[in-house]
Ligand binder design. Structure first.
Ligand code: UD1
Length: 409
C-alpha cells in the first residue's frame, strides 16, 4: 500500500509524528527491517519510487511549506523525530487563495507522479483543504485525521477547510464522540467514520517525561527575544508562579481595536499579578509592530517575550503554568489532559470536549475584556484537574493506521 501524508503548518506536525511512527512500527513487524530514510525528492519526482519490501507500507511525507521558519517547522521535525519531508512544495505565505491554489498545482504533480492509494491529511489548515480536494479529483482515496470538529463559524478559514475536507473524505477519523455525532448529523454514513481518539495526545504522552525535565530558566535563556543582558535572562520561576499567553487568530490580532485592549489587559492586569510568558507567533509580531504596541509589551518587566517555542518547551510551560490564555485549538486539548486552567480567547470552539461544561479545563471568553477579566480571576482560584476524554490514551495513531489498513487499497 502506498500512502502520501501531508503537513503544512505548525499544528500538523504533532499530529503526523505518531502516524509516521505507527507506519514504521508496522513495517518493522512485517519486514523485520528498520525504516530507511528515502532520498529527498525535491525536483526529482520522475525518479522517486522507493523500493519497498512486499507487504510493507510505502510512505511519502509531503510538506506544503506553508510554515517555513525554523522555529515554526524544522524545530518540530527535529524534536518530534519526524523524518525530513520527502517532498517540500515550498508554498510559503500568501493569501488563502494563493496558498490553496499554489498547493493544489504543486500537489497535483506529486500525485500524478506517485499515484498513492491514499492521501492522509490532518487538522484544518490550508494544506488539509488543498491536498484533500486535489487527491479526490485524481480519484485517490482521502483519509482525514481529526475529522468532525465543528465551530459552526464560517468566518474561520479553518471551519471551511474542515467542512470541505470531511465532505469529500473516504475515511473520517474522529477524535471524540461529539465529532462523530457532528458527522452523523451531516449525513456521513457510519461506514466512513471511525472513532479513533486524539492523535495529538499520542505526542503529548510520548514527550511528557522529556518535557518534565526541562528547566524553565533554560527556556528563557534559549528563547528570550530581548537583550542578553536583561534581568529576565536570570529568571527561573517555580511552577504556578507564571501564566502563558499565545495569540495568533486573525480575529484577535489583525485589528488594533481588538488587540489594543487585550495588550492593555495583559500589561496592566495579568502581568501585575504574575510573570507572563508570551511566545510570539509571526503574524502577531507583525501586527503588534503595525499597531505601535511592540514597545509596550517588550518594556514590561513582568512580560517575557519569547520566540515561537518548540514542542517540548511549550509542553513544559503548560505543565507548570498557573493558567494559560490562548486562541489555539491544540493548547485547549493539551490543557485539558494536563489540567491547566485555560481561557480560550474565542467566541466558539470546534473542540467543545475541552470546555469546562464537558468536564475539560477550558472556558470560552471571546475577546471582550470584561468577560476575560472575570474568568481570569476565576481561573486564578481554580485547581489543576487533569481530564482524559475517551480514547485520548496515547494510542490513536495505531487506530488510525488500522482503520486505513482495514479499509484497504
Ligand atoms: C495557520 C493556520 C491556522 C493555525 C496556525 C498555527 C490556515 C488557514 N491557518 O495560521 O489554522 O492555527 O497556522 O500557526 O491554514 N509567517 C512567518 N513564518 C512562517 C509562517 C508564517 O513569518 O513560518 C508569517 C507570515 O507573515 C504569514 C503569517 O505569519 O503571512 C501568517 O501565516 P499563515 O500560514 O498565513 O497563517 P497562520 O496565522 O500561521
Amino acid at each position: 500500500m502506498k500512502i502520501i501524508s501531508v503537513v503544512g503548518a505548525r499544528p500538523n506536525f504533532m499530529k503526523i509524528a505518531p502516524f509516521i511512527k505507527a507506519i514504521n512500527t508496522y513495517n518493522e513487524r512485517h519486514t523485520g527491517n528498520k525504516p530507511t530514510p528515502s532520498p529527498s525528492r525535491e525536483g526529482n519526482l520522475k525518479n522517486s519510487s522507493i523500493i519497498q519490501a512486499t507487504g510493507s507500507i510505502n510512505h511519502i511525507l509531503v510538506h506544503t511549506g506553508q510554515h517555513y521558519d525554523d522555529s515554526m517547522s524544522k524545530a518540530f521535525f527535529e524534536q518530534l523525530e519526524i523524518p525530513e519531508a520527502d517532498i517540500n512544495l515550498k508554498i510559503g505565505s500568501g493569501t488563502h487563495a494563493e496558498q490553496v491554489g499554489q498547493t493544489m498545482i504543486a500537489f497535483e504533480k506529486v500525485l500524478k507522479a506517485e499515484r498513492p492509494d491514499w492521501v492522509v491529511v490532518v487538522g484544518d489548515v490550508n494544506a488539509t483543504l488543498a491536498c484533500s480536494v486535489t487527491a479526490k479529483k485524481e480519484w485517490i482515496k482521502v483519509c482525514h485525521i481529526e475529522a468532525g470538529l465543528r465551530s459552526n463559524d464560517l468566518t474561520m478559514p479553518e471551519e471551511i477547510n474542515r467542512l470541505v475536507t470531511d465532505r469529500i473524505s473516504d475515511l473520517l477519523l474522529a477524535p471524540d464522540t461529539l465529532s462523530v455525532e457532528n458527522l452523523k448529523a451531516e449525513g456521513v454514513t457510519d461506514s466512513k467514520i471511525r472513532f479513533v481518539g486524539n492523535i495529538m495526545i499520542d505526542t503529548l504522552e510520548a514527550n511528557r517525561e522529556k518535557a518534565e525535565k526541562i528547566d524553565i530558566g533554560d527556556i528563557i535563556k534559549r528563547n528570550y527575544k530581548g537583550s542578553e543582558k536583561s534581568a529576565v535572562m536570570n529568571l527561573n520561576p517555580a511552577n504556578h508562579d507564571f501564566a502563558v499567553i499565545t495569540l495568533h487568530r486573525p480575529s484577535n490580532v489583525d485589528s488594533a481595536d481588538v488587540l489594543g485592549p487585550i495588550v492593555d489587559f495583559l500589561t496592566d492586569e495579568v502581568a501585575g499579578d504574575l510573570l507572563l510568558f508570551w511566545p510570539i507567533h509571526p503574524r502577531t509580531k507583525k501586527m503588534l509592530a503595525e499597531f505601535g504596541l511592540s514597545e509596550k509589551v517588550a518594556q514590561h518587566k513582568n512580560i517575557v517575550l519569547l520566540e515561537p517555542l518548540g514542542y517540548l518547551d511549550m509542553l513544559r510551560l503548560n505543565m507548570g503554568a498557573r493558567l494559560i490564555l490562548t486562541d489555539s485549538g491544540g493548547l485547549q486539548e493539551e490543557c485539558t489532559v494536563l489540567g491547566t486552567p485555560c481561557l480560550t480567547l474565542r467566541r466558539n470552539t470546534e473542540r467543545p470536549v475541552t470546555l469546562r461544561d464537558h468536564g475539560g479545563a477550558s472556558v470560552l471568553v471571546g475577546n471582550k475584556i470584561d468577560v476575560i477579566r472575570e474568568e481570569y480571576h476565576n481561573a486564578l482560584q481554580s485547581m489543576r484537574t487533569p481530564v482524559r476524554p475517551e480514547l485520548w490514551d496515547g494510542h490513536a495513531a495505531e487506530r488510525c493506521l488500522k482503520a486505513i489498513l482495514e479499509y484497504g487499497s
